[in-house]
Design a protein around this ligand. Structure first.
Ligand code: IPM
Ligand code: MG
Length: 359
């Protein structure tokens, strides 16, 4: 029997609730496919700050490093908005991404047939959408130096540095081309090369790397146009590769194709098998403890864990199929409700999906 150790970082707000449903579903998949999961919890985000004075305690990082995968909920709460930037919950998320060298963030935006009616867009636009957004995760304006708030030439200013090193672009480009090879071999690189120097280098490097993947059809798009095209005609996209901040924004936008942030999972990968898996949504503190949020993004993140960290495509697919079958049966959390559907809570959604795996 295969055995894996998973670090559970529930985080803030609704994070622990959705992770609990992910665990339920993982256990069901484990039972079905003969995999044993051992879980260990650690603090991250605002809850960690309150207990330890830092949003990312050393023990959390070392637990993550000694695990086979990290399963994360979400971090943040408005009550921490006034904290100094160094101890804000978001800093912990960036910190753990960096500490584990998770430079490749995979965010699939798939519109399941069952959910076409939940999208705010017309059915003919979203039906059949299957996009993989590959967001670079440890560089760009998120981490660039210098950064700060201070007086420059006598004027008060806030500044960040949008910077990409050639090797950073190269490694994310390789991930993107390899991913595209396994899909429909179409890759669109999104940048702002008409204005930004950092994007000019990005584009040059992507083009150079493309020579090693002659089968992949590479295109380039400016980010403003991409933002428009994702809504106008999303089916033109297969794999998208882009920098950290553009990817942050475009992936939230893409979540409106299936109609809810609650549907989009993610995998953050390094060049080892240790990955971190989390829904792309935030901690929604206003919804905490109400049993109303959609756990599917987290459950699908568990599926990505099986696929990318544990090389178990069969179990990963079983989770996806279980999600589809529960949606097909008409069960919905409030965020994806549609006419005639049965509204259920977070817990029940997790239970039904776990049962569907075992049935
Ligand atoms: C995301 C989030 C994070 C990000 C925040 C919470 C720091 O928006 O994972 O998309 O900006 O990367
Ligand atoms: Mg985001």
């Amino acid at each position: 029997m295969k055995e894996y150790k998973i670090a559970l970082l529930g985080g803030d707000g609704i994070g622990p609730e959705v992770v609990a449903q992910g665990v339920k579903v993982l256990n069901a998949a484990g039972e079905k496919f003969g995999i044993k999961f051992e879980y260990e919890k650690a603090l991250i985000g605002g809850c960690a700050y309150e207990k330890t004075g830092t949003p990312l305690p050393e023990e959390t990082v070392s637990l993550a490093k000694s695990s086979d995968a990290v399963f994360l909920g979400a971090v943040g709460d408005w009550k921490y908005d006034t904290l100094p930037p160094e101890v804000r919950p978001e800093k912990a998320l960036l910190g753990i991404r960096k500490a584990l060298n998770l430079f490749a963030n995979l965010r699939p935006a798939i519109v399941y047939e069952e959910l076409v009616s939940s999208s705010p867009l017309k059915p003919e636009i979203v039906n059949g959408v299957d996009i993989m957004i590959i967001r670079e995760l440890t560089g760009d304006v998120y981490f660039g130096e210098p950064r700060g708030v201070g007086v420059i030439d006598g004027r008060n200013a806030g500044y960040n540095n949008m910077i990409y090193y050639e090797d950073e672009v190269e490694r994310i480009a390789h991930v993107a081309f390899k991913t595209a090879m396994k899909r429909t071999k179409r890759l669109c690189s999104v940048d702002k090369a008409n204005v930004l120097d950092v994007s000019r280098l990005w584009r040059e490097v992507v083009i150079r790397v493309s020579k090693q993947y002659p089968e992949v059809e590479l295109s380039h798009m400016y980010v403003d146009n991409a933002a428009m095209q994702i809504i106008r005609a999303p089916k033109q996209f297969d794999t998208i590769v882009t920098g950290n901040i553009f990817g942050d924004i475009l992936s939230d936008e893409a979540s409106m194709l299936p109609g809810s942030l609650g549907m989009l999972p993610s995998a953050s990968l390094s060049d080892t098998k240790l990955g971190m898996y989390e829904p792309i949504h935030g901690s929604a503190p206003d919804l905490k403890g109400k049993d109303v949020v959609n756990p599917i993004a987290t459950i699908l993140s568990a599926s990505m864990m099986l696929k990318y960290s544990f090389d178990n495509d069969e179990a990963a697919l079983a989770i996806e199929n279980a999600v589809k079958s529960v949606l097909k049966a008409g069960y919905r959390t409030p965020d994806i409700k549609s006419e005639g559907s049965t509204i259920i809570g977070t817990e029940r959604m997790g239970t039904l999906i776990a049962q569907a795996i075992l049935s």
